[in-house]
Design a protein around this ligand. Structure first.
Ligand code: GTP
Length: 388
């Protein structure tokens, strides 16, 4: 039997469209948790769990829900199992954050939490991360984002460094027009005050004006959706309005290093429907000491070199997510970006460029030079420390 006053751990849902900055914000919270013990549930869309791998230093208190969309779990039992693990007293967690996949329907997650019969959890609010630079375009393609914002408790306008003051104002107005009344905070790299999420004062239970959803609200929403949706599944779970129904993902893994010039050519000509790419890239001899964390969001592209961990397998792992994409063609194109086994044929014979290395064949020197030049194309997309 559960004691009468079982302490309840707030469960915060962290949602937001693909690439808006959820993992970045989560990592910020984990680094600035001011003594709070945070449990994390990560739900990735795509077969390789890139997000789970990029959540900072969480040992034993991160669980990953793996491929697929949490909001489409047929029942909530998987989520309940994870919550049971995280809420066991030995874990001594103060708060649990669920990072939803960028294509999740946050209201489904909230519904599942409210329906959970785990006496140790209580719903702690919905945080929607918005990419200020991409928001207006994303909203045009996905008008349902308005509904997500309308039920949020806190809206984080992230990437304010990427927009002008006027553009930010336009995004603020668009968010306010959704009528949610959530607190709105601007942020760069998800750096918000953790107190905004963990401070119960923001969401007093008695305060009628707080945008905390009730179970009844959600049930009513579900019924409205069902009325709109032609393809309500037999289990009563409506999918047609979910962003992910239009999206597909491609997972790509290669133990052979990638050729920087070929990969850049692929990235520079990526089809417009390919909205999101994330993962780790091995450029082999191009930079033997680092793996390159790759993020593409809309037209934005960034590499972040990170030293290989001591026992880390040297490999490339990418997840591509888009709508209207030719997944087979993308897989083939990525496979063709692998570095050739032999060095590329050397240029025309001439004077040796490295007379100090007479034993190294000229073709090898030429290939090394070419590789170094090709890496410049990648390094152009690495953020400089002074750039924020
Ligand atoms: N310029 C800029 N880039 C940012 C900011 N916040 C995040 N990014 C970058 O945006 C990219 C995507 O960030 P993530 O935190 O992985 O986004 P996400 O919402 O977890 O992505 P999905 O899991 O695909 O939905 C990364 O390259 C981040 O470094 C910001 O405030 N400004």
């Amino acid at each position: 039997m559960t004691p009468l006053h079982t302490p309840q751990i707030p469960v915060v849902v962290l949602a937001g469209f693909l690439g808006s900055g959820k993992t970045t914000l989560l990592n910020h919270l984990l680094r600035n948790r001011a003594g709070n013990r945070i449990g994390v549930v990560v739900n990735d869309f795509g077969a390789i769990e890139i997000d789970a791998m990029t959540v900072a230093g969480q040992v034993g208190s991160t669980v990953s829900l793996g491929n697929g969309c949490l909001c489409c779990a047929v029942d909530a039992s998987e989520l309940d199992d994870y919550l049971a693990t995280l809420t066991r007293p030995a874990a001594r967690l103060d708060v649990i954050v669920i990072e939803a996949s960028g294509l999740a329907e946050p209201r489904e997650l909230v519904r599942m939490l409210l329906a959970s019969d785990n006496p140790r959890v209580r719903y702690g609010g919905l945080v929607e991360v918005v990419d200020a630079a991409e928001f207006l375009g994303t909203r045009e393609r996905h008008p349902e984002i308005d509904r997500h914002l309308a039920v949020a408790d806190l809206v984080v306008l992230n990437k304010t460094d990427r927009v002008s003051g006027a553009a930010l104002e336009a995004v603020r107005e668009a968010v306010a027009a959704t009528g949610g009344g959530a607190a709105v905070v601007g942020a760069v790299h998800g750096r918000i005050d953790p107190g905004l999420l963990f401070d119960p004062v923001l969401r007093p239970e008695e305060d009628d004006t707080a945008r905390q959803l009730t179970f009844e609200d959600l049930l009513r929403d579900a019924e409205d959706d069902a009325g709109d949706d032609a393809d309500l599944r037999a289990d009563g779970h409506a999918h047609a309005g979910h962003a992910h129904t239009a999206y597909e993902s491609v997972s790509f893994t290669s133990d052979a290093p990638m050729d920087p010039r070929r990969l850049m050519a692929f990235l520079d000509s990526r089809p417009p429907g390919l909205y999101r790419i994330k993962g780790f890239t091995d450029f082999g001899a191009g930079d033997p000491d680092h793996t390159y964390v790759l993020h593409a969001v809309g037209g934005f592209l960034r590499f972040e070199p990170r030293p290989w961990a001591r026992d880390e397998a040297r490999r490339t792992q990418l997840v591509l997510i888009g709508s209207g994409i030719d997944t087979d063609a993308l897989r083939r194109e990525l496979a063709a970006c692998r570095a050739p086994l032999e060095p590329e044929p050397a240029g025309p014979a001439g004077a040796r460029v490295r007379p100090d290395l007479p034993d190294v064949p000229q073709a090898r020197l030429d290939a090394d030079d070419e590789l170094e030049r090709a890496m410049w194309g990648v390094l152009r997309h690495v953020r400089r420390p002074d750039e924020d």
